[in-house]
Design a protein around this ligand. Structure first.
Ligand code: PXP
Length: 247
């Protein structure tokens, strides 16, 4: 039997809309509560160095209100490490961060920074956080993530989703094959495999069908879809598509 597939809902872009005006609404904590009531298995939030969406106060609030695990996305900086060690969220996901990028553009270069990252994640693991590394579907990066002691890899699905959106079907299928192979490769090394970035109703099912993938983290599309149909129905439809693909 295929293992269950968890849905982590990323609420960053509720905070993006709030911050476009300043003030208190829409409230990402309310979105997180609704998402967990709608069946999200976890909430993901990325505290960026420039605080462009999620704020420190949002993280404080999430730690208080959530009954499902918080997946705290962060760059590998001393500031973020200190914040994670203060809160000890269920999971941390280490992502690359560039100031000028609009979203997390690529995976982390683990292979080039193995030593630094091994030292960086050790205290997080000792504090009981499940450490995930956000990487491209590349065997060098997966092996390096395994060597530094990560328990989880999250495969970046952005290239697959972009190729789909641009109608480059051969490229999309090639990206999907690479993701499938790398999910199996990571799983065989003993890593828990997650995936995310850019997933929509149109792109989620082939990834959800990979038996080795245990969690999908999805945000931007769901928050956008919530404008039209409401957050709860938007999440229900994603859950339905994931379950259908998994069956
Ligand atoms: N997973 C990781 C590691 C991410 O950085 C992001 C984007 O913040 C996501 C998943 C969710 O991507 P999206 O918002 O495009 O669904």
């Amino acid at each position: 039997m295929t293992a269950p597939l968890r849905l982590g809902v990323n609420i960053d872009h509720v905070a993006t809309v709030r911050n476009a005006r300043g003030g208190a609404y829409p409230d990402p904590l309310r979105a997180a509560r609704l998402a967990q009531e709608a069946g999200a298995d976890g909430i993901t939030a990325h505290l960026r160095e420039d605080r462009r969406h999620i704020s420190d106060a949002d993280i404080d609030g999430l730690m208080q209100v959530l009954t499902v695990p918080l997946n705290f996305e962060m760059a590998a900086t001393p500031e973020m490490q200190a914040i994670a060690l203060r809160h000890k969220p269920h999971a941390v996901c280490i992502v690359p961060e560039k100031r000028e990028e609009r979203t997390t553009e690529g995976g982390l270069e683990v292979a080039r920074e193995e030593n630094r990252l091994a030292h960086f994640i050790a205290p997080l693991r000792e504090a009981g956080c499940r450490v995930s590394i956000f990487i491209a579907a590349d065997p060098r990066q997966i092996e390096a993530a395994h060597r530094i002691g990560a328990e989880v890899i999250e495969l970046h699905t952005g290239a697959y989703c972009d190729a789909h959106a641009e109608g480059h079907l051969a490229a999309r299928d090639a990206e999907l094959s690479r993701l499938r192979e790398m999910a199996a490769f990571g799983h065989a090394l003993g890593l828990e495999v997650h995936a995310g970035h850019g997933l929509t109703y149109d792109t989620v099912q082939p990834v959800a069908a990979f038996p080795e993938v245990r969690e999908l983290n999805i945000g931007h599309f769901l928050i956008g879809e919530a404008i039209f149909r409401g957050l709860t129905p938007a999440i229900h439809e994603m859950r339905r598509l994931m379950d259908e693909a998994r069956a």
